[in-house]
Design a protein around this ligand. Structure first.
Ligand SMILES: C[S@@+](CC[C@H](N)C(=O)[O-])C[C@H]1O[C@@H](n2cnc3c(N)ncnc32)[C@H](O)[C@@H]1O
Length: 529
């Protein structure tokens, strides 16, 4: 009965062993004990209680490390999206326990909100720093090539290395906990190996002799060293060094590796003002700052989990939306009574914001080729009480060019892009992009621009936007478009966004390093009457 109660109530964290900042030369001894137990876990389903079949419950392994290791494996092997927001639902702690059970062979206690926060930090950080961590692991495992290492063992090592080197956690606790995880989830020998390697790392760190590369030699060698030191793919370092210079490229990588901050947009279509949002954030004790640029936006550095758990998003009172995305909508400048095509609309961040500007008069045609993402858009539109002005269209934009009914005052093309402007929020993205993607993306962007232009009424406006900082996806696409479509001209955006965001060509550009926002781009193009 005591164990049943244990599952039903929030469980206090396992008492930590005394942390030590010095690394003793003695091998770390782990107490021999029975680490798992078979118990029945009662769950409440609907109105009746249902007894699940007995599950192996492990009370010794730290739950957030076990969940982090399994999530990292899923992301790397299965390509699962790094759900850094950790909303309840798919990818959340609750569902994840099933993956833990299947992967490790045991469950841990359920995750508390604090555990979920730790999972988010560890998973995000370990992914961001993967190249750097792997370099260190490789250097310390002379006899083992990490590409042939068991996937779970590698993830446990990465977590331990990240905690020691980047989180500066007490080494004793990190070694002890990760050794425990490796022993229980793999075998005692794996625990011994983790023990030996982590202890070597701790010693090197304390002596200030981590084996890191020097930035020297020719351009290629320097790019390789920087790529390791700042944990990015070499091709990105080379590209940014070419476009921005080495100093700015380094600043950008430092930004991409920093903890992301988020903005919230109060949904005025639900009658919820920014003052209302601020009052709620004060009540929840979530630190925040008003946006300097947009009336409905508030910046939140920490405490997003609290906002999510308080249900503000689920009630449609606000959205998580970066100010840079809000400023793209400012470039569109939606007005009541207008018809607007959002050509690549899902999951709908900009559609919903544009719709909220229409005050119930006008129409947004939200087109997207991805039915799943479009479904999310439709559901959120209802929640945000703007579904009356939104018509969702499941189609490839390139097939809609002859549709007279869609000819609109304004067309927004928020094109599929590399996402190189949002790497601080999308920790996994840098490893999922390749240089060859850029060529395919540019071709798609040109085709979509051509298609979008056919839906603009004479005298109407086409806004082309991306969440990329790469000139080849931004300025260059616009320049190529204007050559193909001499009936369009640039309308400088200085009437729509603060001067700090206006480029010399009259485009909108948010620079992550300069503005502390996601990187995004928008060009406003007017069609001849
Ligand atoms: C950058 S995302 C759009 C984000 C969206 N505007 C927002 O603010 O939430 C690009 C979208 O383009 C869609 N897409 C890609 N190719 C498309 C095509 N040929 N026709 C229509 N939509 C397309 C993708 O499914 C994806 O949802």
């Amino acid at each position: 009965m005591a164990q049943v109660l244990y599952m039903a109530l929030p469980v206090p964290a396992k008492p930590r062993k005394a942390a030590s900042s010095s690394s003793s030369s003695k091998p770390l001894k782990l107490p021999r004990r029975n680490r798992s137990t078979n118990i029945s876990i009662p769950t409440v389903k609907g109105s009746g209680r249902r007894l699940l079949k007995p599950q192996k419950l492990n009370l010794e392994v730290s739950p957030h490390r076990a969940v982090s290791a399994v999530r990292l494996m899923r992301i790397e092997l299965g390509g699962a999206f790094a759900d850094l927001l950790n909303e309840k639902g798919k990818g959340s702690g609750e569902n994840e326990m099933g993956y833990v059970q299947r992967t490790l062979g045991f469950r841990t206690r359920e995750l508390s909100h604090h555990d979920l926060r730790l999972v988010t930090d560890i998973v995000g950080g370990t992914i961001r720093w993967r190249r750097y961590l792997d370099h260190l692991i490789n250097s310390l495992c002379h006899d083992k090539d990490i590409s042939s290492m068991e996937p779970l063992l590698l993830q446990i090592l990465r977590i331990g290395f990240y905690e020691v080197v980047k989180l500066d956690m007490p080494p004793y606790a990190v070694v002890d906990e990760n050794v425990e995880l490796a022993k229980v989830a793999l075998r005692p020998g794996a625990g011994n190996m983790v023990n030996g390697i982590l202890r070597k790392l701790v010693a090197l760190k304390e002596n200030g002799t981590l084996p890191l590369p020097k930035v020297e030699g020719d351009d290629r060698a320097q790019a390789r060293a920087l790529a390791t030191l700042h944990s990015h793919p070499v091709w990105m370092v080379r590209r940014w060094t070419k476009y921005l210079g080495q100093e700015e490229a380094i600043k950008l990588m430092i930004w991409n590796n920093s903890e992301p901050s988020f903005s919230l947009r109060a949904n005025r279509a639900s009658g919820f003002s920014r003052d209302d949002l601020v009052a709620q954030l004060n009540a929840l004790k979530v630190p925040h700052k008003l946006s300097l640029y947009l009336d409905e936006f508030v910046r939140v550095k920490t405490g997003l989990q609290i906002v999510i758990h308080a249900g503000l998003l689920k009630k449609g009172l606000c959205s998580v939306q970066d100010e840079s995305a809000g400023l793209v909508v400012s470039v569109v400048d939606p007005q009541p009574g207008e018809t607007i095509v959002d050509g690549c609309a899902a999951p709908g961040g900009k559609t919903l914001y544009m719709a909220s500007h229409l005050s119930g008069q006008g129409k947004v045609f939200a087109v997207d080729v991805n039915s799943g993402r479009l479904r999310i858009l439709k559901e959120t539109a209802k929640l945000h009480q703007v579904d009356g002005v939104i018509t969702a269209i499941h189609a490839d934009l390139r097939t809609l060019t002859d549709n007279e009914q869609l000819k609109s005052d304004k067309v927004l093309l928020d094109a599929p892009c590399s996402g190189l402007g949002v790497l601080s929020k999308r920790a996994d993205l840098r490893w999922n992009r390749a240089l060859k993607d850029m060529e395919e993306l540019k071709k798609l962007q040109d085709e979509l621009l051509d298609a979008a232009s056919k839906l603009v009424k004479p005298g109407g406006v086409l806004v082309y936007s991306t969440c990329s900082i790469d000139p080849e996806e931004n300025d260059d696409r616009v320049a190529a478009f204007l050559v193909r479509h001499p009936d369009f001209r640039i309308d400088p955006v200085d009437r729509y966004v603060p001067p700090d965001f206006v480029t010399s060509s009259g485009f909108f550009f948010s620079n992550p390093v300069k503005h502390s926002l996601d990187g995004s781009f928008a060009a406003r193009l007017v069609r001849d009457s």
